[in-house]
Structures are given as C-alpha cells and as structure tokens.
Design a protein around this ligand. Structure first.
Ligand code: 26V
Length: 757
C-alpha cells in the first residue's frame, strides 16, 4: 500500500490524542492502528462472483485481528518498523486488543483459518455465525480447580461493523429480530469477504449472576449471551436449539436476499449459493431454506432439490455423544413451522432406504441432525484421511452404501499467515533467507528446506530461533501467571480442549511416573517442562477432575526441591488463540496422544509441526498424514492402532483391570492420584472419582497405551540430547508442513464441492 506510514500514524496521533506517536500509550497506539486498519479495509474491494459460499458455523475462533489484518493488507512490516522507530513494540500494543471469544477449539479455529484462505484465494465466501456477548467462558484457576467466568470482549470500538440490517426470526411463541453485524475478512490477495454475525438487541448481560449462571428461560435476554450454554438440563438444551434456529433462519433469509439482489431466480439458487454446514449445529438450515423457498413460490419438490444441491456437510467427530439429536418436541416448541418439513424429509429418506439406522426421526422421536445433513445435502466430508475412512467403513457405513458419491475427504489445514508469519516472524525471516519467499504463496516450496538438514550452521540457527521463542514464552508466562520457566528444559506441550479421548490424563500419569522415578533416585540428564492448556466444558465433571489433578500435581512437583530441578508441570490458564501463538512456536515436543480413531483430525498438530516441534503421538487424525510425510524417523508414534481400537469397542473386550493385572508397574502410578501427597492438597472427591474411572472404566483406554507412551516419551527425551539430530528432525517437519496450508484445503473444497470459479 502506497502511504507514508510514519506520517499517517503521526497525523492520527495528533488528531485523536494531541501528541506525537512516540508519546502515546500502548493502548492509544492500539486504537490508532485499529482506526487506520479499519479505514484501509473499507477501500479494499469485495470479492464478487456468480456463485458465493456461505460457511455457516456456531463457532469462529478468529483470535486477535490486528496483526492478521496488517499482514493481509501488506503493511505489517512497515507498521512494525515505524512503531519501533518511535520506541513502541507492536507486541505490547496488541495486548490491548481483546480476543473475540467466539469459539471453543479446533472446529472454530478451522472456520477462522478457512475464512482467511477463502479470501486469500479470492473466492467469494462469507462466514455466517452468532455474536456471543460473553463468549465460551473465561477460565480461572481457584483452589486448583477451573472456575468459569464471563468473557466479555465487545467494546464500542472494535472490528465489528453494524450493518443496520435486521431479519425477523419466528419462534413458536414470538418473533425476534436478528441484528446483522459484520467483520471484514481481508485476504492476502488484497480483496475481502466478511464474517456475518447475528445478534439480538434485547440480550442483557446483567442477567448473569454467579460465574456464568443465568436464567436460561428468558430467550430475549439470554439468546446470544454464551457459546454452548450449559446443556445439562432441559432449559439449557432448549436454549441451544433456539440459538441454532436463530442462526439458520437469519442466515437463510440473508442468503435468499443476496441471491434476489443479483436478480437471480430462486429456482436456480444452487447455481449461485453454496452453504457449507460446519458440523451439525447449523443443520436446521436445510428445512429452513426449504421452508423459505416455498414461501417464495417454489414447489416442495423444487425447494428440496435446490436445497440438496446448495448444501454440503462437514463431519468433525465420530463421538456418538457429540452427534446432535434433538427431541421433535423441542423443535415443535422452538420452530414449529419446520417440523412438517423435517417430517416430510424423514418420509422421503425412508423411501430412499428402509434401514432404520439411516432414519432422520428415530422410533424415540429424536431428530438426527447428521442424518438429515447426509440425505439432503450434496456432499459429506470428513476432515482427515483416516477420519473419512472410518466414516465410510464404520460410523456412517450405511449412508456410504446409499450415497457413495457424496462422501469425500478434505484434510484440514491452517493459515500460515497467522501460524507462521504472524506468530513466528523470526522463523519466517530465516526461511526466507534460505529459500526465498515463494513459500508464502506456494506452501509446498517449504520442501526446498530439506537440503539444509545436513547443514550444521543452519541447524544451529534454527536452534537459536527456538530458544528465542522459548524466552518469549517465558516472559509471557511470567507476566500472565507469574510462573518461571526454564528455557533450557525440553518444552513438551499438550494444548487442546479437555476431553477424555484426547487423554490429558495419560500425559499426567506419565508425568507422575517421571516424578516417582526421580524420587527413587533417577537423575534425568535433561530437565523437562510439561505444559498443558485446556478448558473443560462446564458440565463435564471428569474433565474438570483431570484439570484438578494436573493443578495439584503441578504444585507437588514445584514445591519438591528433589524433583523441581528435573521437571516442571505447568497448566496455562484460559488457553486461547493468543496463548497458542506464544506456546506453539516455543514447543520442542507436540503431544498428540488421542486414542487412535477418536481425533477426527487435530489442527494444532499441524501448527506445531510448522513451527519445528516434533510430534509425540498416536496414528490418529492428521497425525497419520504427518507420519506419512515426515517418515518414521522424524516423529514418535506409539499406541494401539485404530482398527484394534474399533474392534475392541465392537467386542467390548477392554477392561482396565486386566491391564493393571498384566502390568503391575502401573499400579503405583495410578494410585498416586489418591495417595497422600495428592490428598494433602486436592479435593478427595474429585481425585477418587478420577481414580475410580481410570481403574474401572477407562473408556478411552489410557492404561492400555500408558506403557508404550512412557517408553516413546523417553525415546523422544533421549533424542533431544543430540541437538544436530533433533533440529534436523525439526527442520524436516517444517519442510514437510506445506501440505497443511489451509490454502490447499480450500482449493480442494472449491474444486470438488463449491466450484466457485
Ligand atoms: C463435541 C462435544 C460436545 C459435547 C460433549 C462431548 C463432545 C465431544 C466432541 C465434540 C467435538 C465436536 C466437533 C469438533 O469440535 N471436532 C473437532 O474438529 C476439528 C476441526 O475439524 C478437528 O481437528 C478435531 O479433531 C475435532 O475434534
């Protein structure tokens, strides 16, 4: 962009604050940059085309936007330089940007990466979601436990633009008006799309009482307060259905309005609109679009045919409990007008197949959202090769037999603009110095780094960059949680939502083993810092027990002088995108230890790899593809394979007691959870519940893989001793990460499903 950056920033500083840039506070500089960036983005042209994508999702975990927008406007380096010349650090300025709390984990972050890539590839495509005032929740630790607090992120001056538009949404007993806001999404291309977020003006943040408690019955006051409000009672579940219908009804109206505004006939809406349904939360867009098209004069056959050709569905999990099924009675209450349509879709689905396993409405009156998606959309995709294969062969096999042509794989990806350029400028500059900047637009060019695996000087430079990032993380953690990190230790990191299948508990047990070995006289050559970051769903008791156990154990290790010179256990509070951007570049080891077959893809595994961490993991999700790309010598893989896991579930033949009998070495590790040290600090009820679960149920087979995990982890720690070898592994990972650019993923969605141009 052709502007004198110093002059421009000086002018705004003088205009707003009556002083020179160098005299402004970091907060003032933040508002100056927000202002100029928003202004520049206004004149960025909107991406147009004859056909547009609507990526509809309950979550968009967009992270802070300042750096990303500066990068995509092409002025990041210029701004950073001007600020530096005025004694201002861009990183310090960014701290004043609140992180929009519009997502939970990988699903929402993926949606955000996709928006970046869609705009970068100059494809016309908007995100469609909800504007949750208080986000998911802010996680605080109190008495070694997770406490949930509201996470307000909205302020008068933010990236959110008010479009002034409203769409009426009819609920069973009232009509509300969805207010449309919009955030510009600027691609690296210099053109933009938007993230469209709906909200309700009557929502009242003051109804939140203790923590994140609020009256769940008053829809007009609570509708868009929180993402995933607690659904442990019926009112909470109903509220989720209200949110979902609100999103899809307003969204479908907006899409129809867009198509009509171009003068295109709705009888061929599928030529002009594609709706990508991100998991089952927005599935009601199918009956709602059919209903609205019929209101516009289409026959039911036309409306169903057009909807099926317009919609495409992405599945993000095989966990049965996460595949949504709503009682028909809920839908009757929230949106009675779509119930006859869902019944008609069910009737037609039963005509297509009499297999009860593919019914939309089952014998208990439950509406299976994923089933509706598969029958009445043109495409169903999984998010990594192994995940799609499991969908085809096992989980959704009956559907695959019915519609083989609808099933396809789209392995997830990440935007390198955020996950390399913005969060690791040092590594980016270093790569440019070695292979030029072609990889910024063609990520496969990273492979040109491969010859450097034998270049000792290059490997030493890479090690220096890792050290720089570890030091930055140490500063960040000191400031945020007053924790001191030893930058000379191995940084071994597991950050992701807390879930039993992701097996943070197995990581903890392995850490307990290391602790016990040290207490028994073993003196590791290399200190290790095991870092966790995870939020647990507020009603997920066992997940919260695992957090509790980690926090208590962390304290035990910390306060034991015999042990704390060899190991440290850290749990990052309120793990979010901002933390991820600090943690991932600093990692030596990336923990990806889900029970094989359960993690659909994972995306942090890709971010770690790109930043030169080596994966310690199971052959699950996208780890399988990482393994294929880097080869067995550049990854640490262990654990039961997915076929065997699936077989065990089918036979019901896994019993943790049997493992404990066969491997008595595990006993003291597991029993430590309820031993003296833990009990002295922790809550006996939580710790006993966790111990009981692991020893009697262990649904995700942590004990089955524990021995193999501990062995492989030791191998990884030992390998770290040979720095040349270690950084050759790290470099191989960086070099092979090009495949995981979300630009590649989006190009594939476009070629196979969207066909936007
Ligand atoms: C949701 C829930 C909600 C209620 C309780 C249990 C439970 C378990 C899992 C889920 C997952 C919902 C879908 C999801 O977030 N999937 C994630 O999508 C990512 C992007 O495709 C992918 O990388 C992760 O592997 C996958 O877990």
């Amino acid at each position: 962009m052709d502007i004198d950056m110093n002059q421009t920033l000086q002018n705004i500083a003088s205009h707003y604050y009556g002083k020179e840039l160098k005299d402004c506070t970091d907060r003032e500089v933040y508002y100056i940059l927000l202002d100029i960036t928003k202004e520049l983005m206004k004149s960025v042209p909107v991406i147009e085309g004859d056909r547009k994508l609507y990526y509809i999702s309950a979550e968009f975990l967009i992270g802070k936007l300042l750096s990303n927008n500066l990068l995509n406007l092409g002025i990041y380096a210029d701004v950073r330089k001007v600020l530096e010349e005025n004694g201002i650090s861009l990183a310090a300025v960014e701290e004043y940007e609140p992180e929009p709390s519009l997502g939970n984990g990988g699903l929402g972050r993926l949606a955000a990466c996709f928006l970046d890539s869609i705009a970068t590839l100059e494809l016309p495509g908007d995100g469609v979601g909800l504007n949750y005032h208080l986000g998911l929740f802010h996680q605080a630790f109190q008495n070694y436990k997770q406490k949930e607090l509201p996470d307000p992120w909205l302020s008068d001056n933010s990236w959110l633009n008010d479009t002034g538009k409203y769409y009426p949404v009819e609920f069973g007993d009232r009509t509300v008006h969805a207010h449309l806001y919009s955030i510009d999404v600027c691609g690296y291309s210099g053109k933009k799309n938007a993230l469209k977020l709906f909200d309700l003006d009557t929502v009242n943040e003051a109804i939140v009482t203790e923590g994140i408690d609020f009256d769940k019955s008053d829809i007009e006051e609570n509708l868009t307060l929180f993402l995933y409000p607690d659904d442990s009672d019926e009112k909470g579940r109903l509220l989720r259905v209200y949110q979902q219908y609100f999103l899809v009804s307003a969204g479908a109206q907006m899409i129809i309005e867009d198509v009509k505004a171009h003068g295109w006939p709705l009888t061929s809406i599928s030529d002009h609109a594609v709706i990508q349904i991100n998991d089952t939360h927005p599935s009601m867009v199918i009956p709602e679009l059919i209903r609205l098209l019929m209101n516009e004069g289409l026959t039911i056959d036309q409306a169903i045919e057009q909807t099926e050709k317009t919609c495409a569905y992405t599945n993000h999990t095989i966990l049965a409990e996460a595949l949504e099924k709503w009682p028909e009675s809920f839908l009757e209450k929230v949106a009675p007008q779509i119930v006859p349509i869902i019944e008609e879709l069910d009737r037609r689905a039963k005509e297509r197949s009499d297999n009860p396993k593919t019914a939309i409405i089952d014998d208990n009156g439950l509406v299976h959202m994923a089933h509706m998606d598969i029958h009445f959309s043109k495409s169903t995709n999984g998010v990594a090769k192994i995940h799609t294969d499991i969908l085809k062969n096992t989980e959704l096999h009956d559907f695959y037999e019915l519609y083989p042509e609808k099933f396809n794989n789209k392995t997830n990806g990440i935007t390198f603009r955020r996950w390399l350029q913005a969060c690791n400028p040092q590594l980016t500059d270093w790569i440019i110095s070695k292979i030029g900047d072609g990889f910024l637009t063609d990520s496969d060019e990273l492979e040109k780094l491969l010859p450097f695996v034998k270049d000792k000087k290059a490997l030493a430079e890479l090690a220096d960059i890792k050290m720089t990032k570890k030091k930055e993380l140490a500063v960040f953690m000191k400031k945020r949680q007053n924790i001191d990190l030893d930058v000379n230790s191995i940084f071994d990191i597991q950050v992701k939502r807390l879930h039993e299948y992701k097996r943070q508990q197995m990581n903890l047990l392995s850490a307990i083993n290391l602790y016990q070995e040290i207490k028994n006289g073993y003196k590791p050559e290399q200190k290790v810092t095991i870092i966790f970051g995870a939020k647990a769903a507020p009603a997920y008791i066992l997940a919260k027990d695992i957090i509790h156990a980690i926090l208590v154990f962390s304290q035990i290790v910390d306060s034991d002088p015999e042990v704390n010179k060899y190991m440290q256990v850290v749990m990052v509070e309120n793990y979010d995108v901002t933390c991820a951007e600090k943690l991932i570049p600093a990692a030596d080891i990336s923990e990806q230890i889900s029970l094989a077959s359960k993690e659909a893809s994972g995306t942090s595994n890709m971010k770690f790899m790109l930043n030169g961490a080596v994966t310690l993991g199971t052959d699950d999700g996208a780890n399988v593809e990482i393994h294929d790309l880097v080869g067995g010598d550049n990854i640490f893989i262990f654990g039961t394979e997915s076929e065997d896991v699936i077989e065990s579930y089918a036979k019901g033949d896994y019993h943790p007691q049997e493992v404990l009998e066969k491997e008595p070495n595990l006993d003291p590790i597991v029993n430590f959870l309820v031993g003296e040290e833990m009990m002295a600090l922790g809550d006996p009820e939580c710790l006993h519940r966790l111990h009981h679960d692991i020893t009697t149920k262990d649904w995700f087979m942590a004990l089955r893989d524990l021995d193999a995990y501990m062995d492989e982890r030791k191998k990884a720690y030992a390998a770290y001793a040979d720095k040349d070898k270690w950084f050759a592994m790290a470099l191989t990972n960086i070099a092979m990460a090009g495949y995981f650019s979300s630009d590649r993923t989006i190009a594939q969605y476009n070629d196979d499903i969207w066909k936007l141009k």
